[in-house]
Design a protein around this ligand. Structure first.
Ligand code: NAP
Ligand code: MG
Length: 491
């Protein structure tokens, strides 16, 4: 009896471990003091004669100076891509495949260096950059290398042809992975690219320029122009582009769509989300708790498809929230380069301000806030993993994308109510369903207006699986055979 009692106390109050620091060595990566632009296969000093500093969000330490590309620089990059297109689009597709395979292999070989760079520049935990971002980035190049000489089989009887020069703009939450999602299918289809990384996370794209040299990518096939939003705007405005692929906020996506109206430039948009993670009373509860934690605290919640709205069946609400809070207390927040870290730094001061503001609004609106006890580092930008209960659908924290480690919990009684609440959003990127009943899972998946619906899991990615949105989450798909189509025209 005494033994049982003791076990019960242990279960309700987990003993907290003191972890010794286990830092990944940062010596594996060295940054130049100052970077030029990657144009025509060369490191080119910007004509704008202007640079900015990229910092590490976990220490605020400057890492390198990066070029702020102006309109002339963007023009040179588009010209280089145009020149390279003439030969790249005509070489044997199997030769293009070889180039993509080489990129994939070099990414694998340099994965530790690139993972450390990603965590330093963007703040994400090394265990995520090492085990998720890098393997998936390499997998994307492997996957699309396989398609390069089989496009006729992907679109039987349709004679696929490349579009030309693709302008590609990516955000700061998965810098190298989003680069891979953009560049791999574009090149496999015979296009050339000009890519603009986000202002706060340009370094892995600049290291990727070196990967291209190593993999003998012909000059001008891949061009990288760094800068802020204005560089992206110059690129979109340039008359020499044939396609824009954008991942980022809905607001900027709409501006790009307006800019391209009537120009005959093909467009795909991957925008924001406010995904419902729907938990039924018959689910495997402990697994669901892991899925909820992964759904919202992975990458500090800087995830467009994050499960930021938890819809729980009313009958298990109290039990689930108890388990969730207990699990949250074990999350380790801190140094992104420490292998024990679960939640790293917030990407920028601006993003931290936005999260802080929305959380304050959640409290004002009457939702109940919980944050586990947590010691945050003194320097850098941090936010404690947060959950709000007693959330109403009208609350701003239930409607707006927070893009941080903040979960809102709502309840439902019947499957029909769950569908209605899950779809009650302007977004439609992803959703999760937790139930032991297969037929219910399929019933839900049929009704949820989301590009991806995960069953008894969350945030799973595979290069063979298409990803993209409905409604204000954008249009077009990345990944899989679907991901080839936006980079092709058909004769
Ligand atoms: P953002 O402000 O839209 O920025 C995305 C990219 O666009 C950055 O490279 C940005 O440059 C650039 N940009 C800014 N203004 C521009 C303009 N007028 N014309 C052309 N380019 C411009 O978004 P963010 O704050 O970086 O990223 C967070 C958002 O991205 C969230 O809403 C999230 O949901 C979404 N997201 C969606 C997906 C998806 O797959 N659907 C994936 C990741 C993120 P600067 O960085 O220099 O401003
Ligand atoms: Mg940075």
């Amino acid at each position: 009896m005494a033994a049982i009692e003791r076990r019960t106390t242990e279960l309700t109050a987990p003993s907290s471990w003191e972890y010794a620091a286990a830092p990944e060595s940062r010596d594996i990566v060295s940054f130049d003091d100052r970077y030029g632009l990657f144009i025509g296969g060369r490191d080119v000093s910007p004509r704008s004669r202007s640079w900015f500093t990229t910092v590490s969000p976990s220490s605020e330490e400057p890492l390198a100076e990066v070029s702020q590309a102006g309109p002339t620089d963007v023009g040179l990059a588009v010209d280089a891509a145009r020149t390279a297109f003439a030969s790249w689009s005509r070489i044997r597709p199997s030769e293009r495949a070889k180039v993509l395979f080489r990129i994939a292999r070099v990414l694998q070989e340099r994965s530790r260096e690139l993972a450390v760079a990603e965590s330093l520049d963007g703040g994400k935990p090394i265990k995520e950059s090492r085990d998720v971002d890098l393997p998936l980035a390499a997998a994307h190049f492997f996957y699309y290398a396989g398609w390069a000489d089989k496009l006729e089989y992907a679109f039987p009887g349709r004679r696929p042809r490349p579009l030309g020069v693709a302008a590609q703009i990516v955000p700061w939450n998965f810098p190298l992975l989003m680069l891979a999602w953009k560049i791999a299918p574009a090149l496999a289809c015979g296009n050339t690219v000009v890519l603009k990384p986000a202002e706060t996370t340009p370094l892995t794209a600049l290291l990727f320029a070196d990967v291209c040299r190593q993999a003998e990518v012909p000059p001008g096939v891949v061009n990288i122009v760094t800068g802020d939003g204005s560089t992206g705007a110059h690129l979109v405005r340039h008359p020499g582009i044939d396609k824009v692929a954008f991942t980022g906020s809905t607001e900027v996506g709409k501006a790009i769509q307006r800019e391209l109206a009537g120009r005959g430039v093909s467009l795909t948009l991957e925008l924001g989300g406010k995904a419902a993670n729907v938990v039924f009373e018959d689910c495997a509860l402990d697994q669901a708790v892991e899925g909820i934690v992964n759904g919202i605290y992975f990458n500090q919640g800087h995830v467009c498809c994050a499960g930021s709205r938890l819809l729980v069946q009313e009958s298990i609400h109290d039990q689930l929230v108890r388990k969730l809070k207990r699990r949250m207390a074990t999350l380790r927040v801190g140094d992104p380069l420490d292998k024990n870290t679960d939640v790293g730094a917030i990407n920028s001061r601006a993003q931290l301000d936005r999260i802080t503001e929305l959380v304050a609004i959640g409290q004002e609106e009457g939702a109940e806030l919980y944050q586990p006890p947590c010691r945050l580092p003194e320097k850098g930008w941090w936010f404690v993993p947060t959950v709000f209960t007693n959330v109403a659908q009208s609350h701003r924290i239930a409607r707006e994308e927070i893009f941080g480690p903040v979960l809102s919990v709502l309840t439902f009684r019947t499957p029909a109510e769950a569908v209605e609440k899950a779809n009650n959003t302007m977004y439609g990127l992803s959703a999760g369903v937790w139930t032991e009943k297969g037929s219910r899972l399929l019933w839900m998946a049929e009704r949820l207006r989301a590009g991806v619906v995960w069953g008894n899991t969350f945030n799973r990615f595979d290069p063979a699986s298409p990803f993209g949105g409905y409604k204000e989450s954008g249009f077009g798909r990345e990944g899989g055979r679907h991901g080839l189509e936006p980079y092709l025209r058909f004769e």
